[in-house]
Design a protein around this ligand. Structure first.
Ligand SMILES: [Mg+2]
Length: 93
């Protein structure tokens, strides 16, 4: 089983077990933790690089759980953001 498939399965189970509201709160908390670690690394604290990536993993897991809650809405916004980035980068076909 690929890591992506395991992630989706685990996130689906987590949303069912803990409920949407709890996972939305947890997502906010993990995003705040990632922000703090990004700012530490940005200020030159390279000793926090591993912590930053650990928080990236937490946020990826929580964002995936939010995506599982409403895949259609997630896909819609992801597509819009990707198109915007393509325009910024000048790679839009
Ligand atoms: Mg965390």
């Amino acid at each position: 089983m690929s890591q992506q498939t395991r992630l989706l399965e685990l996130c689906s189970l987590a949303v069912v077990r803990y409920g949407a509201n709890a996972q939305i709160r947890q997502c906010a908390e993990e995003c705040a933790e990632l922000g703090a670690e990004c700012l530490r690394v940005h200020r030159g604290r390279v000793d926090h690089m591993d912590a930053m990536y650990e928080e990236c993993a937490d946020v990826l897991i929580m964002v995936t759980q939010l995506a599982v809650l409403d895949p259609g809405r997630m896909e819609h916004h992801l597509e819009q953001k990707m198109q915007h980035l393509e325009e910024l980068l000048g790679v839009r076909s």
